[in-house]
Design a protein around this ligand. Structure first.
Ligand SMILES: [Fe+2]
Length: 219
């Protein structure tokens, strides 16, 4: 039989004690309302939050440039418009992040996001490796753009949750707005791919096969 008393006493030392130690070092006003501790700019979770905000501040600005390139490379009108609309939205995401920085009392600062840099490089590779004016390129651009969206959805999802934990309700609301827009964009891209572009790209495959078959027959 498991000795619950022993486990409690054992884990109390391991887990509960450090929190007790932290409380005794807090200022007297903190004991009445724990939010002061949560707003401490040097608290590890607050630092993680601000680092992630800086990462997204860099990423969003890089995405604006990336979307410009994707717009120029795309052929399908609906897709070009989707990239154009999302570029406008992304500009809003940048200013929304500035408001979040303002909310937490820190200057807006960007920190290079290596992941987004890589995702956007991959988009450029797709442009290089697919024929100009093809639906295949458009299909590839949609995948690239959705990788951007999924990174953003994961990041903003985490930021919203942490903002709530830190008691930063206004910041959480602002970040949630952006998260909703990223999710809508992702769904819209799926719709464009699945209703037209992927089928058109598959037909390009058929055309290439037919051309190859004719050339072989003529040889
Ligand atoms: Fe965004």
């Amino acid at each position: 039989m498991i000795n619950g008393g022993f486990i409690y006493a054992h884990f109390k030392n391991l887990i509960i004690m450090p929190q007790t130690t932290k409380k005794t070092t807090a200022r007297s006003s903190d004991t009445a309302n724990n939010t002061n501790t949560r707003e401490d700019k040097n608290a590890p979770l607050m630092q993680l939050f601000t680092d992630a905000l800086k990462d997204m501040y860099w990423a969003e600005q890089a995405i604006i440039e990336g979307l410009k390139k994707m717009q120029q490379a795309a052929t399908n009108e609906e897709l070009t418009e989707a990239f154009e609309d999302h570029e406008m939205e992304t500009k809003k995401h940048v200013s929304r992040l500035e408001k979040v920085f303002e909310q937490i009392g820190l200057p807006a600062e960007a920190k290079k996001c290596a992941a987004m840099e890589g995702i956007l490089k991959e988009a450029e590779e797709i442009i290089k490796n697919t024929p100009e004016g093809s639906a295949t390129r458009d299909a590839g651009l949609i995948i690239a753009a959705q990788k951007v969206e999924h990174y953003e959805i994961a990041s903003y999802g985490g930021l919203v949750a942490i903002a709530h934990t830190l008691g930063q309700t206004k910041a959480a609301k602002l970040l949630q707005k952006t998260l909703d827009e990223e999710e809508e964009t992702d769904l819209h891209l799926t719709e464009i791919a699945e209703t037209a572009i992927n089928f058109e790209a598959a037909e390009e495959g058929d055309e290439a096969d037919e051309k190859e078959a004719t050339e072989t027959a003529e040889a």
